[in-house]
Design a protein around this ligand. Sequence first.
Ligand SMILES: Cc1cc2nc3c(=O)[nH]c(=O)nc-3n(C[C@H](O)[C@H](O)[C@H](O)COP(=O)(O)O)c2cc1C
Length: 219
Amino acid sequence: MSLTEIIKERRTIFNWLDKPVPVGLIKDLLDIAVWAPNHKMTEPWYFYLLTGEARRGWAEIHGEFAREGVSRETDDPERIQRAADKTFRHHMDIPAYLVVVQRLHKQEFVRWEDHEACVALIQNFLLLAHEQGLGTLWESPFHEERLYTYLGLQPDDRIVAYIHIGYPARIPKADERTPGRARLVHMDVKKTPDGFSSFGEFLKMEKPLRVQYNWSTSP
Ligand SMILES: Cc1cc2nc3c(=O)[nH]c(=O)nc-3n(C[C@H](O)[C@H](O)[C@H](O)COP(=O)(O)O)c2cc1C
């Protein structure tokens, strides 16, 4: 598979085969994924891999979230229990969770950059997993104390994402993407055009006029 194929063919997976994920393979992929860009080389990431019975407590907490959510809509105990059970089962069906945790830097600016480095690492991991025939789903985290406690996280830890991992039972159809070039503004003015004292002044011109000066917004 070429890199282009890996990028375009990776899909978010929702249905899993009942087949364990090789832990050694996940470790190998993490060793590669950490080659993400990382300003100041802070290496802000930690990983928690939940497989087997370690998923149970995680699934139970998510079942509790469902119970609490549905309880706000109804008093019907059967409906509430059904929602909690469904969420619990859904979470137990996911073969493995990789929780990506950022150790928060004391400087706010570095925290932002560190978060972005974690995101780059996550995309690396998703692509590497796809290359190995594994499916993934990148899930936004709940910042809920019960989950932090379950993992034994410290006050300066922040969950960036949970990645569901397993062998796909079904691969969804891709949603089409708007070509990147349709969102591209190409600026290439070699010198300030006649009559403009600065490039900033030039940019204030109406777009049709700017096009004469090699300003393109279309393919
Ligand atoms: C930051 C981030 C958070 C996401 N959170 C969720 C999520 O909570 N649940 C979910 O089903 N998908 C989540 N996704 C996956 C997107 O929904 C998915 O990438 C998108 O639908 C495009 O599908 P594809 O990944 O198959 O191309 C998330 C993706 C990103 C980048």
